[in-house]
Design a binder for this molecule. Structure first.
Ligand SMILES: C[S@@+](CC[C@H](N)C(=O)[O-])C[C@H]1O[C@@H](n2cnc3c(N)ncnc32)[C@H](O)[C@@H]1O
Length: 183
């Protein structure tokens, strides 16, 4: 697929990109984790919101990872590391680095099993508060099932269903709440 076609079909839109930017800007996490770099468009939005924060992004496609690295070098003010390789393996590698207060954007391998496994892995690291954003929660039956399942976990205190994306707030003092917003 041509680069422009991939960016159009698989990268975050401007609207959702700004949302990612606002989330990292509001939350100022100790680390940003991205599962699925693609061409690096969402990486740039995430990093721009909190430029001091280290960002680790995982991408399995070598060519895309290389192109994203070039773009990120030009556009990202912050410290960004692209990890090229299989998602589960790379997530395992970086998991010991993940602090208790992070923002994660889960946007790769849109199937039930891997999505639930990645979110579960991220949750092992959660301290008092963290935010996990899942993309394409209605993309397939598998993704809908994955979203429904993670929302039911007790660690997820507030879930916000925006249709294209879902946001999970893990702050322990929040009351269990499920919110749907026409965004
Ligand atoms: C939707 S694209 C990411 C788009 C990007 N987050 C953005 O909005 O700019 C999903 C990416 O996940 C990667 N991916 C899918 N399954 C993967 C796997 N098992 N391991 C590593 N990368 C994977 C694909 O190569 C693809 O580039």
């Amino acid at each position: 697929m041509f680069v422009s076609a991939f960016v159009r079909s698989s990268s975050v839109s401007r609207k959702y990109g700004f949302l990612l930017y606002r989330i990292t800007r509001w939350f100022l996490p100790e680390m940003i984790i991205e599962l699925g770099t693609g061409m690096g468009i969402s990486t740039i939005y995430l990093s721009s919101g909190s430029p001091e924060t280290p960002l680790h992004s995982i991408e399995g496609d070598r060519e895309r990872a290389a192109l994203a690295a070039q773009l990120i070098c030009r556009c990202c003010p912050g410290p960004v590391s692209i990890h090229w390789g299989e998602m589960a393996e790379k997530l395992e590698h970086i998991s010991t680095l993940i602090p208790q207060r992070f923002v994660a954007f889960v946007d790769g391998n849109h199937h039930y099993e891997p999505t639930v496994t990645y979110v579960r892995k991220l949750m092992e690291r959660v301290g008092d508060e963290s935010v996990i954003v899942m993309d394409d929660i209605y993309w397939s039956r598998g993704m809908q099932r994955a979203w429904k399942e993670v929302v039911s976990w007790p660690e997820v205190r507030v879930s916000i269903d925006l249709f294209h994306m879902g946001i999970l707030l893990l702050r322990k003092d929040l009351r269990k709440t499920e919110i749907k917003i026409k965004f």
